[in-house]
Design a protein around this ligand. Structure first.
Ligand code: B12
Length: 243
């Protein structure tokens, strides 16, 4: 092999190492986030709490930990439930582990408050018949962090309760969550009831089974498949951001 060819091979190998190194860095999930994922998936409530503390102690953004570890763990638990590997008690324990970790992370999320002046009033809740509130609570915390005044009605919220509260606080936005295919319909009925009552509030919907097409079909003003996008959509709805 001549010298030129040899130098070429050395150069190519160096490039490969550098590229692979960068790729590894990009794909490496930080250890406390991995711990958070494993603890939630394996319903280790104490472990999830400790992992969340570790996340904060290591200066990791709580949102990165939620998006990179805690939420994927719940999604995987849902997949296991669908495949028959997990049953309801396991899902309940996974949810408990998530909540325990979330309690540690939430104050730090709220600390990221962007503004002191309110961006607008939002009424939020999970629709009638639906007990899933983890996603809704996350959206609520981020909305508060972004500077919205949020009125949380909780979960399993009757249609009329949304209407009454929106009227009472003169809401700019009504935000609704639904996680079950059987409760998705109540997003539409609530939007119709808000319109029928002549309220000016804009509506935004979200939740795992909701799609942009479905949101459009029920007359929602906005949709987001993810909490962070939801915050940007709410800012657009109140005209605080370029469309
Ligand atoms: C945890 C969980 C539970 C917990 C809920 C605890 C709680 N306090 O919330 C418990 C154990 C109580 C539960 C019960 C049930 N569950 Co469940 N559950 C889940 C699971 C595993 C995770 C959901 C979750 O919290 N995800 C994490 C959060 C952060 O994600 P998210 O909710 O999607 O929210 C994000 C976005 O969607 C968005 N978002 C959400 N809401 C909103 C709102 C707005 C306005 C915006 C902008 C954005 C937005 O932002 C969030 C963050 O990015 C899912 C699996 C899955 N893949 O979703 C099943 C799942 C939703 N459950 C399911 C089922 C079937 C049930 C039960 C019927 C089981 C049973 N046989 O009893 C009951 C129903 C009870 C009821 N009446 O509601 C099915 C639903 C199937 C379907 N197509 O309808 C799923 C999909 C599991 C599965 N794969 O089969 N469940």
């Amino acid at each position: 092999m001549n010298k030129r060819r040899f130098r070429g091979i050395v150069q190519e190998t160096k490039c490969l190492y550098i590229t692979f190194g960068r790729y590894k860095q990009m794909t490496e999930i930080k250890e406390p986030i991995q711990k958070l994922y494993q603890s939630i998936l394996h319903f280790d409530v104490r472990g999830a709490k400790d992992a969340a503390k570790e996340v904060l102690n290591n200066g990791i953004d709580p949102l990165e930990a939620l998006n990179g570890g805690a939420i994927p763990a719940l999604r995987e638990a849902g997949n296991k439930f669908e495949r028959g590997d997990y049953f309801l008690p396991e899902i309940m324990l996974c949810a408990e582990a998530f909540q325990e970790a979330y309690r540690v992370l939430e104050p730090e999320l709220l600390n990221k408050k962007e503004k002191t002046e309110s961006l607008g009033r939002i009424v939020i809740g999970t629709v009638m018949g639906d007990m899933h509130d983890i996603g809704k609570n996350l959206v609520k915390a981020l909305l508060q962090g972004a500077g919205f005044e949020v009125h949380d009605l909780g979960r399993d919220v009757p249609i009329q309760r949304f209407v009454e509260k929106a009227k009472e606080v003169d809401a700019d936005i009504v935000a609704m969550s639904a996680l079950l295919t059987v409760t998705m319909q109540f997003l539409g009925t609530t939007i119709s009831a808000l319109k029928k009552a002549g309220l000016r509030a804009k509506t935004i919907v979200g939740g795992a089974p909701i799609t942009a097409d479905f949101a459009r079909s029920i007359g929602a003003d906005a949709f987001a498949g993810d909490a962070l996008i939801g915050i940007e959509e709410c800012k657009k709805l109140v005209g605080k951001m370029e469309k």
